[in-house]
Design a protein around this ligand. Structure first.
Ligand SMILES: *[C@@H]1O[C@H](CO)[C@@H](O)[C@H](O)[C@H]1NC(C)=O
Ligand SMILES: *[C@@H]1O[C@H](CO)[C@@H](O)[C@H](O)[C@H]1NC(C)=O
Ligand SMILES: *[C@@H]1O[C@H](CO)[C@@H](O)[C@H](O)[C@H]1NC(C)=O
Ligand SMILES: *[C@H]1O[C@H](CO)[C@@H](O)[C@H](O)[C@H]1NC(C)=O
Length: 424
């Protein structure tokens, strides 16, 4: 998430003046081609990049700039997607949209919850202690900034943790893949194959089938990177809530479902995928790379639920979580899926919800929306009550509630179970 942080206004005001935005995509391309890298003292702090990137913000407004511009935008609370690597693809999708007739469609999601009894039995298996342990390790990396070696190492650690679960419950036939990016940090993808896939391929994966272009898939996602908006290349960014919490929330749900799949009590019809994206903080770079690749291959993603910031029960909410309420985002999401997710909150958790908006590109679900995959995003609280410490050295575990995180895990488990069994 990118939220204005009053804690971190330490760079001189002159550094915060934004360049004039650029609006037409032709102009954007010309600008990129013509521009000379601008040297800035701040590049020294932010890493080796005076490279020009194209940053898309609300309403299609584009900015051109490097890492310093990204920091300036974030500090102003302006969300963006770094679309540099995908300009042609997005133009192609846009052109296709004009010829594809939008269907008038009913909601493809269940109108009522069908598996409260079966999935309900698994809720008690969600372990706060497991999440605590995983988050302690994740936030022990000095930073998970995607361009840093620490950030790369953190992604390798996470891939191992996921792999450990796959090995522990080997009967569930989980596959774990790392998705390489041009920056060092990888995205991590785990697949719990559905029975429609297992029948066709005996649960075996080859590179040709690894994205499951041959069946419906239901995705649960989070981002694994963190950032410190003051000096990302140098200062620590434990990123416990910003999005270490989302990462360990979905890791624990994978463990519980893997155990149930191994024992045969859970036989998913659709494949479930768990995505941990790299470089959310760089402008949703990891999720765009992964989901655009899926879209090109024609992978049938039927739903994606993003979990980002799950551990802070809200400003002014005490340890008993009295007054806690999930923030269900209603902008840049699929409304039918969001309505279904709201029913899961009511059925599988005892936490209230409030509807809210978080703006363009506020987390990785926006990458799914951009390529036409239905997505939803639920965070720890309404935006204005959410964790004020993210993107700083103060984003630490002692400020989080593991009970709140477990509630997010129950929501995720209910969503994953119900939709894995649903016939799309
Ligand atoms: C889940 O709970 C059941 C019943 O309490 C238990 O038999 C099973 O081993 C648990 N599985 C996990 C992964 O903890
Ligand atoms: C990353 O991991 C490698 C291999 O374990 C280690 O040698 C290196 O020091 C780590 N880098 C950082 C910055 O922690
Ligand atoms: C896992 O794969 C094995 C071997 O192909 C298969 O016999 C088994 O049914 C699969 N298990 C699940 C849960 O799909
Ligand atoms: C990822 O989750 C963390 C919480 O773990 C959250 O703070 C972060 O904002 C999420 N992404 C963002 C941008 O926060």
């Amino acid at each position: 998430m990118k939220i204005t942080q009053s804690l971190i206004w330490a760079i001189p005001a002159t550094a915060l003046v934004l360049p004039v935005p650029i609006t037409s995509s032709q102009e954007v391309l010309q600008h990129v081609l013509n521009s000379n890298p601008v040297k800035s003292v701040w590049n020294w702090f932010t890493g080796p990049s005076d490279e020009k990137r194209v940053l898309e913000t609300e309403g299609g407004v584009m900015y051109i700039g490097g890492d310093l511009l990204k920091i300036r935008l974030k500090r102003r609370g302006i969300n963006f997607m770094d679309v540099t690597d995908h300009l042609d693809f997005y133009a192609e999708l846009e052109a296709r949209k004009e010829t594809d007739k939008p269907e008038t469609k009913e909601s493809p999601y269940p109108t009522s919850l069908q598996y409260l009894k079966e999935a309900g039995k698994l809720l008690g298996n969600i372990s706060e202690a497991n999440m605590q342990l995983a988050l302690a390790t994740m936030s022990s990396f000095k930073t998970r900034y995607y361009k840093s070696e620490y950030g790369r190492n953190a992604s390798l650690w996470l891939a191992e943790a996921v792999d450990d679960i796959a090995k522990l419950y080997s009967g569930a036939n989980i596959t774990v893949q790392t998705f390489k990016h041009p920056w060092g940090q990888k995205s991590v993808i785990a697949t719990l194959p559905g029975s429609q896939i297992s029948k066709a391929s005996s649960g075996m994966r080859t590179p040709a089938t690894m994205y499951h272009a041959d069946g419906d898939i239901v995705v649960v996602s989070a981002h694994l990177d963190s950032t410190n908006l003051l000096l990302p290349g140098i200062l620590p960014a434990p990123g416990a809530d910003d999005n270490g919490s989302g990462s360990v929330t979905i890791l624990e749900v994978l463990r519980v479902l893997a155990s149930a799949a191994e024992s045969g009590t859970f036989i998913p019809h659709n494949s479930l995928q768990f995505h941990w994206y790299s470089a959310e903080e760089g402008g949703l770079l990891g999720s765009q790379a992964v989901l655009n690749e899926y879209r090109r291959r024609g992978v049938a993603v039927r739903a994606l639920l993003q979990q980002d910031m799950t551990g802070f029960p809200g400003m002014g909410v005490g340890p008993d979580r009295e007054g806690a309420a999930f923030g269900v985002m209603t902008d840049y999401v699929d409304l039918a899926l969001t309505r279904f997710v709201e029913s899961v909150v009511a059925g599988y958790t005892s936490t209230a919800l409030v509807r809210d908006k978080c703006g363009y590109g506020c987390s990785d679900h926006a990458s799914a929306t951009k390529v036409g995959y239905p997505s939803a995003f639920v965070m720890e609280s309404a935006m204005k009550k959410s964790n004020p410490y993210i993107h700083s050295v103060m984003d630490t575990i002692d400020r989080l509630s593991f009970e709140h995180m477990a509630e997010h895990a129950r929501l995720t488990l209910g969503y994953a179970y119900e939709l894995a069994m649903h016939k799309f």
